[in-house]
Design a protein around this ligand. Structure first.
Ligand code: ADP
Ligand code: ADP
Ligand code: MG
Length: 647
């Protein structure tokens, strides 16, 4: 029996595992880094042990410290969560050598599935359809380019050790192959310590459909149906659902059989996911899906499977790890309704989904959804870890009603303080093709900016902001308010107009904006919202004010307004400086001081969390200064390259 479980992870997944342990009566031990001393998972666990400094290498990736924490607290099992050490076979062996139960598959199964090339060879042998391509040993550019030619463009180069969408390059033309290979190899080496790549045919109109599988110590294996994870950006999942739209009994039977065969080929025990790429150019076909990889852990999106099956996957993992047989067989697993999950991230959708960091001044969720999170209002998203804030999961009797609930829940999720993808997710949940179940992994990219609400304040936004700012400190007040309407001037920074005149007459506020007026009647203002009437309708806007900054949240838009700070002039040198758009690490420098560059020339590559970002020259000119070196860590806004203003 597992009596005390140490969770070798952080954030939402640690909290989610602790919830099931409480339900089962299992005691819990959290581990934490210095950055997480006050984190939610630490608060929720029965005991908590510090394992090191903030960086993952000094904390959540330190298997030795984690096993020592288990020993010190008397835990008899370790759950790895996802990410971090969850797919590290050496860690599994060390856990078992310490006499502890690992809640997950064997080191052998993880090793067999760990590298995408080896896994594909194994699956071919087990009769599972794999994506056509080259997964042999040769790594020289000549051989691989020849293989790509034989496969036929477009192709996808993948680092065999890759994960999380990293180390992948789509190549459409032979002339781009060598540079793309170099990029994928470099990313594979930098992120996973392994530059080796495989090449796959790029499946057109691809849909990502994966099967949840479970195996036990008796050798039994079942699947818990599929999830469709086709809504992706940068090859990473954004909204997932179960079951897959358009899934038929025949295709499900074929995919389920392939997934179970994959699991049994490696003697799989516990929860795993077999990922397939499916041809989405027409209806799903039993011969139209191919194995991509197996993730030998609990998946981020497992809640949608829980919602449609009524099962607790963490409880099942614990039972299997204790050596119990699966409590159900394939025929017992039934689909009830439909479920969606949206991943709320700290990121800037308008800036190409750049990861963001910052405080979570406000964080509250809809009562109409399951909200899995590992942060609370007052916490912060730091550059140390994954920028996911929460997963919002809805269930309904059918797809349309589950989706309608998702749209509503996203509108009712209130988050302020750092930039998030909330409004983007809400727009995506209302996309007509998505609503019709017509999607592939390119949908988000094809929409371009259409899913990204214009953040430029409208006249109404300005009036609302003017009302908030003029009702409190920061506005220039006149002294006649006791004798009639009071007029107050509000000066804004970075807004379409510099100044608003706000006239307060009882509860009616009239904004004078560049000569036009806009009136809000029956204004009710609190710290968290503003209600007003216009044209006979009552409206409510959520808001959060932090000194000079104001965040207005509409269900489908987030608007930021700021008071002008007197005396703050415009920064000099605009166009002459390249600054860091996010905190990150310099992984390549392509220019030197004194170089003359053309506009758009790549200057350096910054790596932040899950992505590489190439910074280019904003104009042609000579470089006067480069303030960073290879491997330097830089903060957001830091000056990186300075142009010579004379050139
Ligand atoms: P990772 O380990 O990073 O998750 P995967 O091999 O699972 O890598 O692929 C990630 C995503 O890339 C998939 O979900 C899919 O959107 C896309 N993808 C992978 N292989 C192909 C392919 N052969 N054709 C088209 N898209 C693909
Ligand atoms: P999934 O396939 O479960 O959706 P992804 O393929 O997006 O997950 O990413 C692989 C796993 O690694 C995920 O569980 C993700 O949360 C985790 N992960 C990715 N980057 C990081 C990071 N910087 N820190 C911690 N975990 C990470
Ligand atoms: Mg994958």
């Amino acid at each position: 029996m597992i009596s005390k479980l140490l969770i070798a992870n952080r954030g939402e997944i640690a909290c989610r595992i602790i919830r099931t342990c409480r339900d089962l009566g299992v005691a819990t031990v959290a581990v934490y880094s210095d950055a997480d001393a006050g984190a939610m998972h630490v608060e929720m666990a029965d005991e908590a042990v510090r394992i090191g400094a903030a960086s993952v290498a000094e904390s959540y990736l330190r298997g030795d410290a984690i096993i020592e924490a288990a020993r010190a607290t008397g835990a008899n099992a370790v759950h790895p969560g996802y990410g971090f050490l969850s797919e590290n076979p050496d860690f599994v062996e060390a856990v078992e050598a310490a006499g502890l139960i690992f809640v997950g598959p064997s080191a052998t199964a993880i090793r067999a599935m760990g590298l995408k090339d080896g896994a594909k060879r194994l699956m071919e042998a087990a009769g599972v359809p794999v994506v056509p391509g080259y997964h042999g040993a040769a790594q020289d550019v000549e051989t691989l380019a020849k293989e790509a030619e034989a496969i036929g463009y477009p192709v996808l180069i993948k680092a065999r050790a890759g994960g999380g969408g990293k180390g992948m390059r789509r190549v459409d033309r032979a002339e781009d192959f060598a540079a793309a290979l170099e990029g994928a190899q470099r990313e594979g080496q930098a992120s996973f310590g392994d530059p080796a790549c495989l090449i796959e045919k790029y499946i057109q109109s691809p849909r990502h459909i994966e099967m949840q599988v479970f195996g036990d110590a008796t050798g039994a294996a079942i699947h818990l149906f599929e999830r469709d994870c086709s809504l992706q950006r940068r090859h990473q999942k954004v909204i997932e659902e179960a079951p897959a739209p358009g899934m038929t009994d025949a295709v499900r039977a074929a995919m389920g059989a392939a997934a179970v065969a994959a699991a049994q080929a490696v003697g799989y025990q516990g929860a795993g996911t077999v990922e397939f790429i499916a041809d989405g150019s027409g209806p799903l076909r039993a011969d139209g899906f191919w194995f991509m990889e197996m993730n030998t852990r609990l998946q981020v999106e497992h809640p949608v499977t829980e919602a449609i099956t009524g099962l607790d996957l963490v409880a099942l993992q614990i039972a299997v790890a204790e050596g119990q047989p699966l409590p159900l067989c394939q025929e017992d697993v039934r689909v009830q309704g439909h479920a969606f999950e949206a991943r709320l991230y700290a990121e800037d959708a308008a800036a190409g989904f750049l990861p963001a960091t910052g405080p979570l001044d406000v964080l509250s969720f809809s009562a109409g959804a399951r909200n899995d999170t590992g942060v609370r209002a007052g916490d912060a998203v730091t550059p140390h870890y994954d920028p996911m804030i929460a997963k919002i999961i809805t269930h309904g009797p059918d797809r349309a009603s589950a989706l309608r609930r998702l749209t509503r829940a996203l509108g009712e999720t209130h988050v302020a303080g750092c930039t998030t993808n909330r409004a983007f997710l809400q727009a995506l949940s209302r996309d007509a093709d998505f609503a019709a179940g017509q999607m592939d992994t390119g949908l988000i990219e094809r929409r371009g900016g259409a899913l990204i609400a214009d953040a430029t304040p409208t006249a109404l936004d300005l009036a609302l902001g003017g009302a908030v700012f003029s009702a409190g400190p920061g506005a220039v007040l006149d002294h006649f308010r006791h004798f009639g309407p009071a007029t107050r001037e509000v000066r804004l920074a970075d807004a379409p107009v510099d100044a608003l005149r706000m006239v307060w007459d009882g509860r009616t506020v009239t904004a004078e904006i560049a000569g036009a007026t806009l009136a809000l009647a029956d204004v009710d203002l609190s710290d968290t919202g503003l209600s007003y009437s216009r044209a006979g309708q009552r409206h409510h806007v959520r808001l959060h004010r932090n000194g000079h900054d104001l965040h207005l949240q509409f269900p489908d838009r987030d608007v930021h307004l700021a008071l002008a700070i007197p005396g703050a002039g415009d920064e000099a040198g605009g166009g002459d400086a390249v600054t860091a758009p996010m905190p990150g690490r310099v992984i390549a420098l392509m220019a030197q001081v004194g170089d003359r560059v053309e506009k758009g020339a790549p200057l350096l590559v910054l790596e932040a969390m899950k992505m590489e970002h190439t910074l280019t020259a904003p104009r042609a000119g000579s470089l006067a200064q480069i303030t960073v070196g290879q491997d330097d860590q830089v903060s957001q806004g830091a000056l990186l390259v300075q142009f010579d203003p004379e050139t």
